[in-house]
Design a protein around this ligand. Structure first.
Ligand SMILES: Nc1ncnc2c1ncn2[C@@H]1O[C@H](COP(=O)(O)OP(=O)(O)OP(=O)(O)O)[C@@H](O)[C@H]1O
Ligand SMILES: [Mg+2]
Length: 445
């Protein structure tokens, strides 16, 4: 993409309404525009990041053997009356009437609807296990929408639901979700710690929240610093192997890590003092095992191996896809702007032309741009007639992890400059080598 042809409405002023850094940078870098309180348009650059996050979530769910489908945003109130949640959900649920006076609602979550789909088609344990998920917009009429997309009213969520014949199988699904979530967040360059949490209104017995540490987080968290050293990195995970999943889960759930809701000071005191940490965190995901709560209410039963009809065992598992855009920025920025991890960056690399209009410099930029695109990479070329300083400021603000700077001085020696946004380190190398290096960083070569 050439910047002169793109739609990147960067703001010079810091918007007064934004209280936290991610919200400020999302507005300033032209990622979002507020449409109504807690409701946002995703501008082109923001949409690219959102889609990248969505793609990682989707890929990792499919690797775990989970099956995508798509349920609507609007739901009939009848199903929610069956589960008893139509009344229980309270003011957070946006209730709507259609022209015939029928009650609809904008889904805040999908347990009822997925259980209805399941009960309509599945009746035997032979069809289990199944985990179905979708990535769909939700609406919750939050009391205090704030911090931009972090606590919106309309937000994008991945929600998945497992159906299993018995408790053991459902707990295996729980482990599978925990591991797939660890992988998902790692691919986004995030450290998200699973913490024992409280089950709240959805109800259930086993639940973990995944928290990204950040001062601006809304949850208070307590943890053993050892958990920060854990990484899946390039470990091979076999989702068909319950013992391996159990092992990984136990590795991550052994060190103390809890939110204030389940915090146990006596237990925490057993952690060596120098490893005891308390801070704040952003909830980016949550997994639940809740057994037969919804299947009993909605009559979703299967025949088991003994021929008896039993309510199906379930759990639900969510990731805050749109919240993640903000959470990643909270975890990765400096005073100049965003620093995107390679896994989610909207463009792989920025090209800055220091002397727009100079035939040789323009040609070198065009060559680099074409070279990157031929390899399948997605560069952003700043071809505006602007001072170098303004171009650098824009690149720093929008946070592309790599920048190639092209100017007449370097070209005289046959080199361009390749700069890392994160470290600021720069290196001079011939244009073809800069292209090759970028391609290697992103594993396109
Ligand atoms: N208002 C919101 N705006 C953006 N993302 C949200 C919002 N509410 C929930 N999420 C995201 O969706 C995920 C799954 O939803 P879940 O039902 O667990 O939310 P929750 O526990 O009610 O969230 P919170 O405690 O932050 O209100 C959460 O982990 C979070 O990342
Ligand atoms: Mg939650």
């Amino acid at each position: 993409m050439r910047l002169t042809r793109y739609f990147l409405p960067v703001l010079k002023e810091t918007p007064a309404e934004a209280q936290i850094v991610s919200h400020r940078y999302m507005l300033r870098a032209g990622l979002i525009k507020q449409a109504a309180v807690g409701i946002y348009s995703w501008l082109p650059l923001g949409l690219k990041v959102l889609r990248n996050i969505e793609r990682i979530v989707d890929e990792e769910q499919q690797k775990a053997g989970h099956i995508p489908l798509l349920m609507p945003t609007l739901q009939s109130a009848d199903l929610w009356r069956e589960s008893g949640r139509y009344e229980a959900y309270g003011e957070e649920m946006l209730r709507i009437k259609d022209r015939h006076g029928r009650d609809l609602l904008y889904g805040p979550t999908n347990e009822e609807m997925i259980t209805d789909i399941f009960r309509s088609f599945v009746s035997s344990y032979r069809d289990l296990p199944k985990t179905l998920y979708h990535i769909q917009w939700k609406f919750r009429d939050e009391m205090r929408p704030r911090f931009g997309v972090m606590r919106g009213r309309e937000f994008l969520m991945k929600d998945g639901y497992n159906f299993d014949v018995d408790r053991d199988a459902a707990l295996e699904a729980y482990d599978r979700h925990m591991v797939s979530y660890l992988r998902t967040f790692e691919r986004m360059g995030l450290k998200a710690i699973p913490m024992r949490a409280d089950s709240g209104p959805i109800g259930g017995e086993n639940t973990h929240e995944f928290l990204v540490l950040a001062e601006t987080g809304e949850s208070e968290v307590f943890y053993d610093s050892e958990i920060l050293d854990l990484e899946l990195s390039d470990r091979m995970v076999n989702y068909e192997d319950p013992d391996q999943l159990k092992e990984i889960v136990s590795e991550w759930t052994t060190p103390y890590a809890r939110t204030d809701e389940t915090h146990d000071p006596a237990l925490f005191d057993k952690v060596p003092e120098e490893r005891r940490r308390s801070s704040r965190g952003i909830e980016v995901g949550q997994i639940f095992y809740f057994g037969t709560k919804y299947s009993e209410a909605l009559g979703a039963t299967v025949t088991n191996a003994d021929g008896q009809r039993v309510p199906v065992e379930m759990g639900s598992h969510g990731i805050g896809v749109s919240r993640l855009v903000g959470a990643i920025i909270e975890a990765s920025h400096d005073e100049k702007g965003i620093i995107w991890p390679e896994g989610v960056t909207p463009f792989h690399v920025g090209i800055v032309n220091l002397r727009q209009g100079d035939a040789e410099t323009d040609a070198a930029c065009a060559g680099i741009y074409a070279g990157l695109r031929t390899l399948g990479l997605d560069p952003l070329y700043d071809d505006r007639n602007e001072r170098a300083g303004a171009k650098f400021a824009t690149m720093d603000l929008i946070g592309l992890p790599w920048r190639i700077t092209v100017g007449p001085k370097g070209l005289k020696n046959g080199v361009v400059e390749l700069v890392s946004r994160r470290t600021g380190e720069s290196e001079e190398l011939p244009p073809e080598q800069a292209v090759e290096k970028i391609a290697r960083i992103y594993a396109y070569l």
